[in-house]
Design a protein around this ligand. Structure first.
Ligand SMILES: [Zn+2]
Length: 481
């Protein structure tokens, strides 16, 4: 507080002092600090001798605050800019004392410094080096040497550095120094120029910059994906496929459609029938054009038709379903082409035949894994904990959708990293200690999460040969239809 009579806050002892403010760093440096301190000490000594300190002992807490404020320089510069109708002038003239700063435009040099004994000039300096002026000073010095080199005794240069750091403007990085100028007034020869900046190859030649790198949003997305992949590769060391970066760059397209659902009739009118037909066609077309289908719906029945279509087209489905504080993220089994599965018409019986002492639910290859609807009948490995969640799907804890969505994407990426893709053998919770099958780790069939316990389990389950969505008979009938 600058107010001597100002109120003192509760439980605070007042300490009054003197603020010595200089306008330049030079003045700050040259001020006689010892004299200031001696003066303050003798003042305290005198109040001790006179006994005044006994009456008011707060005088003992006297302090000196010695500062240098360059705010007046900043203000003077800003005024000059305002009068020139700009926010920055490259060069200016400067006169300063301990009390004041005066700034004038360059063209007023003769009137501003009548005797030219010692002049100070300012350069608006972009350089960040603490000891060196920036390039813009060079030609300015040549100008001064040519015009006034014979008259000038001492030239002082202020490199005025105007920064905005973390929201606040500062000119405290400015530097000031003296220069001895050569006399170029009589010289008619152009001084030797220093031209080329070294280019990327270290040669004195032109530099080329591809501006599309920093302007094109697609290129920006590419480079950030590229960086992310590089960092991932660096972490994982092993080789990663980079196919998925193309998916990221592709522009997303949205479609608004109603998916026909079992138990929700559409045969009210010709119009609703035609609309449903159109929606099915569109859905089939979209699924056929893509490699992975994410099912992120809010009802069980709305997942049925996409599951049937994707099963008949043998597309990978990643499905996420939410409860209140539980979720399931799973990949549907990816059926093999007809020819290669002729002798395995019944996956269930085959699996029973090939039981090798291990759990029924371990080492299930991708083409024998169940879908979301198979699990209605075939219980997952950990049946005491993993119940179906669809009936409670309206209210969810706020983080659940994001966690499940993120896991769905990670599951797809892990599947893509596996050499066998969607046919990859399902990892289970038991595999957590084993060597992972991909550089990114496990490739589970399902991730069932329990937010209340912050726990995930990785069950796997077989396809059911009478499944309402993915069984061969349903797929065949659907394809014929
Ligand atoms: Zn199924």
């Amino acid at each position: 507080a600058f107010d001597v009579d100002g109120a003192t806050p509760a439980r605070c002892c007042p300490a009054s002092g003197t603020l010595y403010n200089t306008n330049t760093l030079e003045a700050f440096k040259t001020i006689d600090k010892k004299a200031l301190l001696d003066k303050a000490a003798s003042e305290i000594w005198s109040v001790i001798q006179s006994g005044a300190a006994l009456e008011d002992s707060s005088i003992l807490n006297k302090f000196i605050l010695l500062t240098f404020a360059i705010s007046s320089l900043q203000t003077a510069y800003d005024n000059l800019c305002a009068s020139s109708g700009t926010t920055a002038v490259p060069h200016f003239l400067l006169k300063y004392t301990d009390e004041s700063v005066e700034v004038a435009p360059l063209k007023d040099l003769n009137s501003f410094f009548p005797d030219l004994k010692k002049i100070t000039v300012g350069v608006y300096d972009p350089c960040t080096l603490p000891q060196h002026p920036g390039w813009p000073l060079r030609n300015f010095l040549v100008l001064l040497a040519k015009k006034w080199g014979s008259q000038l005794d001492v030239l002082e240069v202020l490199c005025f550095r105007d920064r905005t750091l973390q929201g606040s403007r500062s000119i405290r990085h400015s530097i000031i120094f003296r220069v001895k100028l050569p006399d170029l007034t009589a010289s008619a020869v152009c001084p030797k120029s220093v031209g080329w900046e070294k280019n990327a190859k270290g040669a004195m030649g032109p530099r080329s910059v591809n501006l599309s790198e920093c302007m094109d949003p697609k290129r920006l997305a590419e480079s950030s994906v590229d960086l992310n992949l590089k960092l991932m590769r660096w972490r994982l060391v092993c080789f990663l496929y980079v196919i998925f970066c193309e998916y990221i760059i592709q522009n997303a397209e949205g479609y608004n459609m109603s998916i026909p659902m079992p138990g929700h009739p559409v045969n009210f009118s010709e119009l609703t029938m035609a609309q449903a037909r159109q929606d099915v066609e569109q859905l089939e077309k979209l699924i056929s054009e893509h490699d992975v289908v994410f099912l992120l719906m809010d009802t069980r029945e709305s997942r049925w038709l996409p599951t049937v279509i994707a099963a008949s087209q043998r597309k990978l489905i990643v499905n996420a379903a939410l409860g209140f504080d539980t979720f399931v993220v799973m990949r549907h089994g990816l059926k093999k082409p007809k020819e290669s599965q002729s002798e395995e018409s019944s996956p269930m019986s085959h699996a029973f035949c090939s039981l090798s002492g291990a759990s029924l639910f371990s080492n299930i290859p991708g083409h024998r894994l169940g879908c979301y609807f198979c699990n209605d009948v075939v219980a997952p490995g950990d049946s005491t904990r993993d119940r179906t969640l669809d009936q409670q799907c309206t209210v969810s804890r706020p983080g659940l959708a994001m966690i499940a969505g993120a896991l769905a994407v990670e599951l797809m990426v892990s599947v893509l990293q596996h050499l066998e893709g969607g046919y990859a053998v399902a990892s289970s919770s038991d595999d957590r200690m084993n060597e992972p099958p991909t550089s990114l780790g496990l490739v589970p069939h399902q991730i069932r999460g329990f937010l209340s316990r912050f726990d995930n389990v990785l069950p796997a389950s077989l396809a059911f040969d009478k499944c309402t969505a993915c069984s061969p008979i349903v797929s065949d009938k659907f394809t014929c239809f």
